[in-house]
Design a binder for this molecule. Sequence first.
Ligand SMILES: [Zn+2]
Length: 125
Amino acid sequence: MVRNRNLAKAISDAGWGMFTNFLAYKLEDKGGVLVEIDRWFPSSKLCSNCYNQVSELPLDVREWTCPHCKTHHDRDGNAATNIRAEGIRMLQVDGTSISADGGEVRPKGGRKSVLWHCPLKSETA
Ligand SMILES: [Zn+2]
């Protein structure tokens, strides 16, 4: 589509920026908060059960078993669990009131969103 790689990257970045701006705006409107995790956070390589991190996980590996706790993972499901836990951890570090243990968030508008249980590192250590 775009032959110049730098231009393609700039357009891609602008598209992502526009998307996150739109998302942040919509969330703020609903009393929510957009949390962006570090792009290098090892969401796929981290076992969501014991937090052991594998050194290599090629993109074609869609399922894997943790060598430490033997939990079998779907790559994307495991990554989603880790991203969610990291987002909750970041909210807690920021001092925003949120519960990671089946709790709920009550935004400004009085509506509430229920968070599903997701153990954090500090809860299992
Ligand atoms: Zn594990």
